[in-house]
Design a protein around this ligand. Sequence first.
Ligand code: COA
Length: 254
Amino acid sequence: MSDILVHTEAGVMTLTFNRLDKKNSITRAMYAELADALVKAEQDGAVRAVLIQGDATIFSAGNDIGDFLDAPPSTPDSPVFRFLHGIATFPKPIVAAVCGPAVGIGTTMLFHCDLVYAGDNAAFSMPFVNLGLCPEAASSLLVPQMLGYHRAAEALLLGEPFMAEAALEVGLVNRVVPPTEANAIAQAQARKLAAKPLTALIETKRLMKKSQQSAVLERMGEEGQSFGRMLREPAAREAFTAFMEKRRPDFSKI
Ligand code: COA
């Protein structure tokens, strides 16, 4: 079975992370599937909203760290950058259901979703610095905007996780719900959106995003260049190798 399940029903294309043995970490192949699904969802008149979900225990452990070591993305058409560009420019509504850990891109992708429902076990983290990396997905712009600078610095410089209630307080999530109900609640909200006039949804989303869109894409490009370079530098290599060897990283000589 694929690591990304794609199912369309009642106007909602549901994308489910399905790599539970690796905590739904996202490989290049999965980014490619997600990017392709978003293109199809945009073009297909029968799709009026998209839902992204994991399961009740885990949303996503972020980028697959083995892939970061073996095949780091290098060009703007790499699957991860195609996915990020796709989600940041997707014209129809996107809903997310998040339970358990949402690490790295598992959190940053949510800044490009329109509605987010979180299980009370959701834990959001962006540990880029701990991995010798910098933010991606325009999170260096969007996180300070939403959290305020000092809370953003805790999240992005210290890489400290924050829980569902804190995410609700800053407005990253719409509602905190029991984990076993999150996917169903998000599905119901997506279906409510799908029943509305699509042209009105698209125009409203476009107008709400308009003042930020070019700044988001510009920042994403700048972050992507730094991120791509830093993936190959000693700090990141040490962090990834340490993760694979199940030990603490040693940055003392870096
Ligand atoms: N890439 C590749 N494999 C990953 C992974 C990732 N990002 N996250 C987890 N896995 C794998 C583990 O290596 C382990 O594989 P194994 O069973 O073959 O040893 C399996 O998934 C289970 O992970 P484990 O760490 O034992 O689960 P946990 O419940 O104790 O912790 C997390 C879950 C998400 C908190 C933890 O796995 C984690 O921190 N992952 C790394 C997150 C990260 O740094 N992502 C990159 C962000 S840019």
